[in-house]
Design a binder for this molecule. Structure first.
Ligand code: DX5
Ligand code: ZN
Length: 225
């Protein structure tokens, strides 16, 4: 089952609650929440207070909860991971190069009752997955260098998705393979064909007037993968 996770990084920050509701009404499966600290990445975004404020809006019009997918681009990770768990995150992903004791951080996130994931930048190898895969619920591959919305998809990601897909399939576990950055209506099918099942899209959705039209077009393009 494919999941589309709009990144609210490209939403109207002055109207975030309404934006979250609008994109859920338009068919979003998850809400992707990009946390940047002006240290791990050269940009500064939103913190746990904003996550707590939008959490009540993460629900469909018929009352079904929509997971809040928190992508931590911060260093160090642990204290903020706990803060976001308490703020209502359902999934928390972090960059393994941003924390010294990756295994411990994965366990910490799970102990908070959240699903835990690792994020791999375009130049990062997947090697460490072998040693912690039993504590991983999500693998998130960056298809841009983190820090900004609206960048172009880096083509080497296709090959990396294929490699990650094999690693995940060998576990036999239900681990999601999410891809983040530069995903548009016209490349999402290729990303899915490579083996991804969860798709972050910020500018492709929020820079268009009709969010449902974009999400519908994405699903239509993936229908025959
Ligand atoms: C980049 C963020 C992405 C970003 C995606 O550092 O992690 O989630 O918002 O934006 P688009 O879809 O515009 O590339
Ligand atoms: Zn992200």
């Amino acid at each position: 089952m494919y999941r589309i996770a709009p990144s609210i990084l490209s939403a109207d920050f002055a109207a975030l609650g309404n934006e979250v509701r609008a994109v859920i009404d338009a068919g979003a499966d998850w809400i992707h929440f990009d946390v940047m600290d002006n240290h791990y990445v050269p940009n500064l975004t939103i913190g746990p207070a904003v996550a707590a404020a939008i959490k009540p809006h993460c629900v469909t019009s018929d009352g079904k909860p929509v997971p809040l997918d928190v992508h931590l681009m911060v260093q160090p990770v642990d204290a903020l991971a706990v803060a976001f768990a308490k703020a209502g995150a359902d999934l928390i992903t972090f960059h393994p190069d941003a924390e010294t004791h990756v295994d411990r951080t994965l366990q910490l996130i799970r102990d908070q009752g959240c699903q835990a994931g690792l994020v791999f930048n375009p130049a990062m190898p997947l090697d460490i997955l072998e040693w912690v895969i039993d504590k991983v619920d999500i693998v998130l591959l960056m298809s841009v260098n983190p820090g900004f919305g609206g960048q172009s998809f880096i083509d080497s990601t296709y090959k990396k998705i294929e490699v990650a897909r094999k690693i995940i399939d060998q576990t036999g576990r239900d681990i999601r393979l999410e891809v983040d950055g530069g995903i548009k209506v016209d490349n999402i099918a290729k990303v899915a064909a490579a083996g991804a099942d969860t798709f972050v899209a910020g500018s492709a959705i929020f820079n268009e007037p009709d969010y449902a039209a974009v999400i519908d077009a994405m699903r239509a393009n993936m229908a025959n993968v």
